[in-house]
Ligand binder design. Structure first.
Ligand SMILES: [Zn+2]
Ligand SMILES: [Zn+2]
Ligand SMILES: [Zn+2]
Length: 170
């Protein structure tokens, strides 16, 4: 029987806790991959779930929730590695259902190396401004953390963007 994925602790309400809990409840652990099995995959092997009023790719939701804003195409390094080793034939495979943030990479960042949580976090931390150009000053930044399977994920949220979206009262 497959191992179920569990969230060990949600330290702070990230605003994504509900969707992460839903993804977690619908996933199995296969190797290092967190495979979302609650919904069927599309023809390319990707899986979507209804979120924010529309169907969205699970791996893109996870990237936003656990790493930060998505700027380009979110790619699966677990699939790329397996394909390079001749273990995946490039068509619809289980890797494309994976939403382990350590396996996801935003191609706009132009990095072909395997994205470890530290390197993703490091790359994210080196960004001095949000995608809308607001500076990540201490006053303008919410730092959010979440622990999944014993690993800590942190992401930063720009308060000015949240104000602009009407999520903050001031
Ligand atoms: Zn994976
Ligand atoms: Zn694959
Ligand atoms: Zn901003």
């Amino acid at each position: 029987m497959a191992e179920r994925l569990t969230i060990e602790a949600a330290l702070i309400d990230t605003g994504y806790n509900e969707i992460i809990a839903r993804l977690t409840a619908g996933s199995e652990v296969v190797g290092d991959c967190w495979i979302f099995t609650a919904n069927g995959a599309d023809r390319a092997g990707y899986v979507r779930t209804h979120y924010e009023g529309r169907d969205q790719y699970v791996h893109r939701i996870a990237y936003r929730a656990l790493i930060g804003p998505v700027e380009g195409t979110v790619d699966h390094q677990c699939h790329n590695e397996a394909a390079a080793a001749g273990l995946c034939d490039g068509s619809a495979c289980a890797h494309r259902r994976c939403w382990n943030p350590a396996h996801l990479i935003d191609r706009s960042q132009g990095d072909n190396t395997l994205a470890s949580p530290t390197s993703v976090a490091g790359r994210n931390a080196r960004k001095t401004h949000c995608k809308n150009g607001h500076e990540f000053t201490p006053e303008n930044t919410d730092v959010l953390t979440q622990t999944i399977r014993g690993r800590l994920y942190t992401r930063r949220r720009c308060r000015q963007c949240r104000r602009d979206r009407g999520e903050l009262s001031r």
